[in-house]
Design a protein around this ligand. Structure first.
Ligand code: UDP
Ligand code: MG
Length: 314
């Protein structure tokens, strides 16, 4: 059985259509499936629509978060609760073409354990978004050797991969990078990013910056090393200046040079502050991790509800 995991946050315009397209394609190719919608604490009618679907189609299951925990949480909740021999994660807005699922499924049947759909182009994005995305991917690639430039969350995974991901103890997760970090025999398949079917993007600038910082610090200690190098650079600088002022002192011109002092104080203070900030950022992440808070809280699962109803009926 194939589990199709669809994270959805305020997607009321898309739910019905997406479900129809997905079930149509899966039925057409006679793939046995379960369709799991993970409602990431939507504030619109998303959850009601999902519940309606589960009434109509027994292969549809809905998970409802108690609040918005973010797409990462939604993906991992789906992976934890899915029951398929393999699972595919796909966006709710049909930007990931569902027509590829049968092809990915075929590759899985041929023995590939993780089938990634990579973007052949990045679709329509604003210039600012492109610049940010590019620099984020460059930092990730340089410092942790995970190449994500064309990667997406559209992936089909074997049960082995799902179990490996579920066994990861960390809380601050980055699905796209972790799924390649776990390894396994993989295949890639290309796709064109389609425009959003309906509604608007659920990300905003603040969310994206947080996402990028989280992921960079999850995968690399590179920012901390920058500080060390800056420190070394400043030491060299300081040595040069010291030699210069001592020479000046012996020449009897020591009153000059206040500018140098100001510059040095300002520069070193800023480096120290950047350094402390970076260390603080990592410390806060360590703190987040050791709190062992759950990544998400599920307030409703349509499957539990159905089981309960059945029990009462029996
Ligand atoms: N999403 C989510 N929680 C969030 C933000 C987004 O579950 O906090 C879901 C959203 O419903 C969609 C997918 O993640 O199914 C991708 O989001 P979106 O299309 O807004 O992102 P983009 O395609 O613009 O990167
Ligand atoms: Mg989208």
């Amino acid at each position: 059985m194939l589990s199709v995991i669809v994270p959805a946050f305020n997607e009321q315009e898309n739910i019905a259509n997406t479900a129809e397209v997905l079930t149509g394609i899966l039925a057409e190719n006679s793939i046995e499936y379960e369709l799991i919608f993970v409602d990431d604490g939507s504030r619109d009618r998303t959850w009601e629509l999902i519940e309606e679907l589960t009434e109509k189609n027994p292969s549809v299951r809905g998970l409802h978060f108690s609040r918005n925990f973010g797409k990462e949480g939604a993906i991992f909740a789906g992976l934890k609760r899915c029951e398929g021999d393999c699972a595919v994660v796909i966006d709710c807005d049909l930007q990931h073409p569902p027509a590829l699922i049968p092809k990915m499924y075929k590759l899985w049947q041929d023995g590939f354990e993780i089938v990634e759909a990579v973007k052949s182009s990045r679709g329509h994005e604003s210039l600012l978004y492109k610049v940010f995305a590019k620099s984020f991917y460059r930092i990730m690639k340089r410092s942790s050797d995970v190449d994500l430039d064309r990667a997406s969350d559209f992936k089909l995974m074997d049960r082995k991969v799902i179990d490996a991901l579920n066994d990861l103890p960390e809380r601050i997760t980055f699905f796209r990078a972790l799924s390649s970090w776990v390894g396994f025999k993989g295949a890639k398949i290309e796709f064109e990013v389609a425009p959003r079917a309906a509604g608007t993007t659920k990300w905003n600038f603040r969310k994206l910056v947080k996402f990028a910082l989280n992921n960079i610090t999850s995968f690399t200690n590179f920012p901390m090393q920058i500080i060390t190098w800056l420190g070394v650079l400043f030491l060299l600088f300081a040595v040069v200046i010291s030699v210069y002022s001592i020479v000046k002192f012996f020449c009897g011109q020591s009153l000059e040079g206040f500018t140098t002092v100001y510059i040095l104080i300002l520069l070193s203070a800023s480096v120290i502050m950047i350094g402390l900030g970076t260390i603080g950022y990592y410390m806060s992440k360590i703190y987040e991790e050791i709190k062992f808070r759950p990544r998400y809280i599920i307030s409703e699962d349509t499957k539990d509800k159905k089981n309960k109803e059945r029990n009462i009926a029996e």
